[in-house]
Design a protein around this ligand. Structure first.
Ligand SMILES: [Fe+2]
Length: 182
């Protein structure tokens, strides 16, 4: 629990003033992750911590490469001293490998923050992609459509999300199925 409280406090510190809408979103994603954390066993605390922190890379002071997943994970690793699993989940959330490839950062991403096998990656993507920018629950299809319209055709983030959509939807279905089994 201590790890989660520290993560929540850090996310608030980094996001609340500089990018308040990202903070509102992050609170919803953190809560959503808490609602599925029981599926994760030993990784539950890392999942919830990563959910609270997944968008810290949008804070203007942290922007370096412009890829928020990577910038956020590097901040968590190098400045905040976060747990390696938390950093890897943040770096790879919501199919970041596709955006990384489109930015020419595939090797950097994979070598610094190897993807996490198993349910934790699906779970953080589920939490992010079923939560609106304001932190409210939403269907994944509406979430994806909102991202595409917000960034606009041709934008690198939008095109990456478009390409990732089948994988993102699959992650959501995997978690929904795991919840239904419980
Ligand atoms: Fe997010």
């Amino acid at each position: 629990m201590e790890q989660i409280e520290r993560a929540r406090d850090l996310a608030r510190l980094v996001l609340a003033e500089s990018v308040p809408r990202r903070w509102a979103h992050s609170q919803g994603v953190g809560r959503k992750a808490e609602s599925v954390a029981h599926l994760l066993g030993d990784d539950a605390s890392a999942l919830v911590s990563a959910a609270w922190l997944h968008d810290v890379g949008y804070a203007p002071d942290l922007v370096a490469t412009g890829m928020h997943q990577l910038d956020g994970a590097r901040y968590l690793r190098d400045v905040a001293g976060a747990d390696a699993l938390v950093c890897r989940l943040v770096a790879n959330h919501s199919c970041a490998h596709i955006e990384g490839r489109n930015r020419g950062l595939s090797e950097v991403l994979a070598s610094e923050f190897p993807p996490v096998e198993g349910l934790a990656t699906d779970a953080i993507t589920y939490a992010d992609m079923t939560t609106t920018p304001d932190g409210e629950p939403v269907e994944v299809e509406r979430r994806l459509a909102e991202i595409l319209s917000r960034y606009g055709d041709g934008d690198l983030v939008a095109e990456s999300i478009r390409e990732a959509s089948p994988l993102i939807i699959n992650s959501v279905r995997v978690i929904e199925a795991a919840l239904a089994e419980r």
